[in-house]
Design a protein around this ligand. Structure first.
Ligand SMILES: Cc1cc2nc3c(=O)[nH]c(=O)nc-3n(C[C@H](O)[C@H](O)[C@H](O)COP(=O)(O)OP(=O)(O)OC[C@H]3O[C@@H](n4cnc5c(N)ncnc54)[C@H](O)[C@@H]3O)c2cc1C
Length: 475
């Protein structure tokens, strides 16, 4: 398609698409615009045909946030240009299909780093802003939206509009985190973080109970730039390992500028210096069942406990994108895929509530193979998942035999979380009910007003939006 011309054969490629967890699939007709004007033309076409469109970035949302409700998908993967980069001020403007990986590779050699990155570098900036992602520094840096100066959107009416964080505060807080339902983001201007080293000073410490993990995690937030904990979901104690990290200050890294080179950031080809990265998923396959994962979790804890608290230096990419170390790790969840239940609970109740959730899983006989805990802070976005508290992300394998029970378990866990004043996260969700969503997101009423104003025909939608009844006429 020539940029700006009306789409001759819009949405013509047929694809089978899945949520990242591959527990839910859809067939779609996909269009891949190259420029903002193409986006406007595609949306105008859809509105004219009375069809509904779902925006999709890299498809890294675990559930159905980027799956279509009505066949048509607008994929931003070809809009991958860096539009401006001010190396002195640390400000960059990119098209929505630029990935987190492309972003850090562009800015690192000039001494900058994205202020917020999720646990994988594959997502697009459009997708990250649309769900307002957080990193391991949410407790101090907030979510990515807090570092965005402005975005440009194409509304469902096909009009382009710049939305500034300063001049259009209300709309900005609706679109960022608005799951692609108020407009297609066609550019993002982001402030970057100044760094002098490509290395982090990392500390790992094992703890025998969930209480100790939560306390240490909280304590380390004081002096660290990033904190995250892994929990052994099989253990009754909730034992785990806390990792904290801080950027090296000027003069602390003797390798200096060398560590800012891209080749210094390449993920190691071998895990623990022994196992080739591309073999790890294969080697994990024999352990891909309850007893196997119980063993893996226990071994991980024991190794960390034996080593005791220790410090080491790690490249920014290796620390932040741990899951990208192991290509194909998701295949251990084949054939039914995985879902993630991530709950955000106020600090005072978190250890108790998260302990209760882990106990509910064990009682139901559906234990999370990977459990991760983080510290967060609240923010002003309408569909915010930020909270002054902790999140617990639980990955579950989906099988034909457990699917119904697993969804029921997630519903029961939702009630416990809501009862404690907590909430959830659209990037991970696949199981919440509209009632749960309404109760968890007080900003939903104002969000609906924006939806009615910007997209009264409900052109922009998704499987998630339909499931949670987020359309303009739905309550
Ligand atoms: C291994 C792994 C680890 C992760 N770790 C974290 C983490 O630590 N923290 C965290 O916050 N998230 C995390 N995530 C979730 C992920 O960062 C988010 O789901 C992110 O939104 C994915 O971006 P994407 O480009 O893949 O978007 P998609 O998944 O394709 O889309 C996400 C949403 O954004 C909308 N959208 C996409 N592009 C646009 C656009 N240009 N304009 C408007 N709307 C758009 C879609 O409609 C959809 O609602 C993780 C995911 C994985 C797979």
């Amino acid at each position: 398609m020539t940029p700006g011309s009306p789409p001759a054969a819009p949405f013509h490629e047929w694809h089978a698409l899945a949520g990242w967890g591959r527990a839910v699939w859809a067939t779609a007709r996909v269009a891949r615009p190259r420029a903002a004007d193409d986006v406007a033309a595609l949306l105008a076409y859809a509105a004219e045909q009375r069809r509904r469109v779902t925006v999709r970035g890299a498809g890294r949302s675990y559930g159905d946030a980027a799956l279509p409700a009505d066949l048509l998908v607008l994929d931003t993967g070809r809009m991958r240009r860096v539009l401006a980069f001010d190396r002195d001020e640390g400000r960059i403007t990119v098209e929505p299909g630029v990935t987190v990986e492309q972003l850090w590779r562009t800015v690192l050699p000039a001494g900058w780093w994205p202020p917020v990155v999720p646990g994988t570098m594959r997502p697009t900036l459009g997708g990250c802003v649309a769900l307002n992602v957080h990193g391991k520094n949410q407790y101090c840096a907030g979510s990515i939206g807090e570092h965005v100066e402005e975005i440009e959107i194409v509304s469902a009416r096909g009009t382009r509009r710049v939305v500034s964080a300063v001049r259009d505060v209300d709309l900005f807080h609706a679109v960022v985190g608005g799951a692609g339902l108020l407009g297609v983001i066609v550019s993002v201007t982001l402030r970057l973080l100044r760094i002098t080293s490509g290395l982090l000073d990392v500390c790992a410490a094992a703890h025998g109970s969930l209480d100790e993990v939560a306390q240490d995690l909280d304590r380390r937030c004081g002096g660290s730039d990033y904190v995250v904990a892994w929990i052994d979901g099989f253990s009754r104690s909730g034992r785990g390992v806390v990792h904290s990290a801080r950027h090296l200050r000027e003069g602390e890294d003797a390798s200096g500028a060398d560590s800012l080179r891209l080749d210094a950031q390449e993920l190691p080809q071998r895990l623990l210096g022994v196992v080739p990265r591309d073999r790890v998923a294969l080697l994990m396959k024999p352990f891909a069942h309850g007893p196997g994962m119980r063993f893996v979790n226990a071994a991980k804890y024991r190794v960390a406990a034996l080593r005791g608290e220790h410090r080491f230096r790690q490249s920014l990419a290796a620390f932040h994108f741990l899951l990208d170390h192991v290509p194909g790790w998701r295949s251990i969840y084949d054939p039914g895929g995985l879902i993630q239940h991530q709950s955000f609970v106020p600090a005072a109740a978190a250890a108790e509530v998260h302990g209760e959730l882990l106990a509910m899983c064990r009682a139901a006989g559906i234990v999370s193979w990977l459990a991760v805990c983080k510290r967060h802070r609240p923010d002003a976005f309408l569909l915010s998942h930020g909270i002054d508290g902790f999140s617990l992300a639980l990955d579950f394998r989906v099988t034909d035999a457990n699917r119904e029970r697993l969804w029921r378990l997630c519903g029961e866990m939702d009630r416990v979380v809501l009862g404690a004043g907590g909430h959830f996260y659209l990037a991970k969700d696949l199981t919440a009910s509209p009632e749960t969503f309404r109760a968890a997101y007080p900003g939903i009423a104002r969000f609906r007003e924006w939806k009615r104003e910007l997209d009264p025909g409900g052109v922009l939608t998704s499987a998630l939006a339909e499931r949670l009844r987020l359309g303009p006429a739905q309550e």
